[in-house]
Design a protein around this ligand. Structure first.
Ligand SMILES: [Ca+2]
Ligand SMILES: [Ca+2]
Ligand SMILES: [Ca+2]
Length: 471
């Protein structure tokens, strides 16, 4: 709806200014009548009034000053037009001393081989006399092919402008009342608004958290035990682009994932479920990093044995990492900073999906604990997939209750997964997150109602000595 509003406001603005828009010489079409005369379509301005369409046309006639038998003085200048379609004919001398006796509105033009109107009894242009004049007139209904004759002596000196010539000048100048909205792919979204102007299947990029901005997913991987609660066992940053069509339905998802920390000895997988999408609604998945044998994919790239579409991003973090040294990746204050490859996951749907069906990024993301497929660790209150071992719920520190749709929370509502809409400065190894983020506990225990901005670097919010300094 927002995009439609933009489209309509652009239409309106262009409609308002089109009559004032400067003409560009680059948009003109000039043809040579002969005898030193040329005729130029200088401008074509479309005007829409209710259901009526008018075209205000300016032709510019020039003589180069040549003389002699092949460059005779102009006797009249005539313009072809269908009877009843033209009005408001005017003449304006730009340079030289051209004069005329009358404007003859035709439609019969004597010796000229077409009907239309003419500037009659002309003198002092041609035959060695350089000059320029303009002829303006209005056509009603539609543009048409129009010949013009720069009659000098017995020489007709006729050129032929096609309707396409006039349309070219009009579109080039943008002097239209409606067709200025150029929609190359015909998907109903103007090129100026269309992120894919030559692709009728796609129209808009929709970035999460925003274009060029990464969000973070951080996990504690000892679930169902609380562990050391440093939330750096797997830290992933992501940027998702949901590509939508002209109806703003999702065509595909493109996500970049990078790993910013692995403060753990486990080799964890990472995946996400589209909770309201069936595996059969996915045409293909590309970019997955699969190096182990515990994940079983269908031919379209979704995970086997699932009633909902599950996309495994990687089954092990290790192939993506470029370690700077040591067994911990970016969680010790040792000055070593490793880097991560980017996993670029492309999910293409068989048919466009309503955004309400798809949901929003990062969807339902989870880690797969240490290569054991039946142990998933999700964000709080996000549902596990069909492959989860439900017998683990309610054990150790976990107080999930599937019957009440309560998942991955401790007795005092502490989670095992975090989603933060920017790049998260994660904790030092073995350091409880509440020591670095001083309002985290209030946020988590209030189920997110207090200090929803706990992760920001605001006064009194952090103890930087407890946060990994490297990023
Ligand atoms: Ca388009
Ligand atoms: Ca398009
Ligand atoms: Ca850790």
């Amino acid at each position: 709806m927002k995009k439609l509003k933009i489209l309509f406001s652009v239409l309106w603005i262009i409609t308002m200014v089109s009559g004032l828009k400067a003409q560009s010489p680059a948009c003109e079409i000039t043809k040579t009548n002969g005898g030193g005369f040329t005729t130029t379509i200088e401008s074509v301005v479309q005007e829409c009034v209710g259901s009526n369409t008018f075209y205000h046309i300016t032709l510019r006639v020039s003589h180069n000053g040549c003389g002699g038998p092949t460059c005779k003085e102009l006797s009249h200048y005539s313009i072809e037009a269908l009877p009843g379609t033209y009005s408001n004919v005017g003449v304006q001398v730009i340079s030289g001393g051209m004069t005329y006796t009358q404007i003859d509105l035709g439609p019969n033009l004597g010796s000229d081989p077409f009907k239309g109107f003419k500037i009659d009894g002309t003198n002092n242009i041609g035959g060695g006399q350089a000059g320029v004049f303009k002829v303006t007139y209005t056509l009603t209904g539609s543009l048409q092919g129009q010949r013009t004759s720069a009659k000098a002596g017995t020489n007709g000196q006729i050129v032929n402008f096609t309707a396409a010539d006039f349309i070219y000048v009009m579109n080039c100048n943008g002097t239209t009342c409606s067709a200025v909205i150029i929609d190359t792919d015909g998907d109903g979204v103007a090129d100026s608004e269309d992120d894919y102007p030559t692709d009728p299947e796609r129209a808009f990029n929709n970035y999460y958290p925003a274009k060029g901005v990464y969000g973070t997913l951080a996990y504690e991987d000892l679930w169902p035990s609380k562990g050391d609660y440093d939330f750096n066992d797997v830290v992933i940053i992501y940027n998702t682009n949901i590509v939508t069509n002209a109806q703003n339905q999702a065509v595909e998802i493109k996500t970049k994932y990078k790993i910013t920390a692995v403060g753990a000895s486990f080799h964890n997988g990472f995946a996400f479920q589209l909770d309201n999408v069936l595996p059969s609604q996915v045409a293909s998945v590309t970019g997955q990093v699969i190096s182990k044998n515990y994940v079983n994919l269908q031919s379209n790239g979704t995970e086997n044995g699932q009633t909902k579409a599950v996309i495994v991003v990687w089954d092990n973090t290790e192939p993506l990492l470029h370690r700077a040294g040591g067994s911990f990746f970016n969680t010790l204050p040792n000055g070593l900073i490793g880097t991560s490859d980017t996993a670029f996951i492309h999910v293409l749907f068989t048919a466009p999906l309503p955004l309400a069906t798809l949901g929003s990024a990062p969807f339902n993301p989870f880690i797969i604990k240490n290569g054991v497929r039946s142990v998933e660790i999700h964000l709080p209150d996000y549902v596990p997939t069909d492959l989860m071992d439900f017998s683990l719920f309610g054990t150790s520190d976990d107080r999930s209750n599937p019957g009440q749709s309560r998942y991955y929370k401790s007795s005092n509502n502490l989670p095992w997964g975090l989603h933060i809409p920017n790049v998260f400065d994660h904790m030092l190894e073995y350091t409880d997150i509440t020591q670095g983020y001083l309002h985290f506990a209030e946020w988590a225990q209030s189920s997110g109602t207090l200090y929803s901005d706990w992760y920001l670097n605001l006064s009194g919010y952090r103890n930087p000595a407890k946060i990994w300094p490297g990023l």
